[in-house]
Design a protein around this ligand. Structure first.
Ligand code: CAA
Length: 257
């Protein structure tokens, strides 16, 4: 399939997706949303892909939802279409998706990064939820996911002041898992994704599901889900292989990677 707003590149078992609207700092219009939903659905159905990396340009991961597209909309337009609800399709994907963020990740850009499974950032990354300066509030999960990532005080600070947070602060507060020099970011992200893609795909999907439950439920329920998923791995050939390989002191040769 050909896309207008994203570029895709295969790196062995990793699919690298680049947001590509340089004229608008990768602002997320409805075409970007449709294309990201489509490309991740295709990747989920493709056994030769083990992990995805989503990135932007060096200047901007994405500077938000497309303000020019939203400007003429009325309450009725956004309410009737339940604007932004389609992003749940993106967050329901089974394959791990890593965000590689350089430059601006603002508003919907920060929210898109948080919809991915974890965030790697360059030392130039800037995160923010500046919607309040536009007379609105986050609509793609910022008030909820940012609060879960960084806690109430910092999330409230970001959402009420609209200020930006740099990569060092983002790493300190747990929004970002690792920071790399900007020139190395994409290659480092591909390396991390290659490690993930080398694992058993069904087990990686279960690991993703288990961690994501922590966002959705109580500790007791989450622990139960985790145990049931853990038990399920014992039905897999790859679990037998992983443990047999450890005991035999050899690398695991997973069949489903
Ligand atoms: N939507 C549409 N176009 C955008 C955009 C956005 N979110 N962000 C930047 N652009 C466009 C600019 O309009 C400009 O295009 P023109 O030259 O045609 O005017 C182009 O990208 C380059 O932008 P700037 O000239 O502004 O670049 P800069 O380097 O001076 O500033 C910036 C960069 C600080 C990121 C600034 O562009 C900015 O503040 N952008 C908006 C950030 C924002 O408010 N994001 C939140 C959007 S609302 C949202 O996301 C809601 C939600 O929760 C889903």
């Amino acid at each position: 399939m050909t896309y207008q707003t994203i570029l895709t590149e295969r790196r062995d078992s990793v699919l690298l997706i680049r947001l590509n609207r340089p004229e608008a700092l990768n602002a997320l219009n409805s075409t970007v949303a449709q294309e990201l939903i489509a490309v991740t659905a295709e990747a989920d159905a493709d056994d030769s892909i083990g992990c995805l990396v989503l990135t932007g340009s060096e200047k901007a991961f994405a500077a938000g939802a497309d303000i020019k597209e939203m400007q003429p909309l009325t309450f009725q337009d956004v309410a009737v279409t339940d604007k932004f609800s389609e992003w749940s399709l993106f967050t329901n994907r089974r394959k791990p998706i890593i965000a590689a963020v350089s430059g601006f990740a603002l508003g919907g850009g920060c929210e898109l990064a948080m919809m991915c499974d974890f965030i790697l950032a360059s030392d130039t990354a800037k995160f923010g939820q500046p919607e309040i300066k536009l007379g609105t509030i986050p609509g793609m999960g910022g008030s909820q996911r940012l609060t879960r990532f960084v806690g109430k005080s910092k999330a409230m600070d970001m959402v009420l002041t609209g200020r930006m947070m740099d990569a060092a602060e983002a790493e300190r507060c747990g929004l970002v898992s690792r920071v790399f020099p900007a020139v190395d970011l994409v290659e480092e992200a591909v390396k991390v994704a290659t490690v993930v893609a080398g694992m058993s795909q069904p087990v990686a999907a279960m690991a993703k599901e288990a961690v994501n439950r922590a966002f959705e439920t109580t500790l007791a329920e989450g622990l139960l889900v985790e145990r049931r998923l853990f038990h399920s791995t014992f039905a897999l050939e790859d679990r037998s292989e992983g443990m047999a390989a450890f005991v035999a002191r050899r690398p695991a040769d997973f069949k489903n990677r």
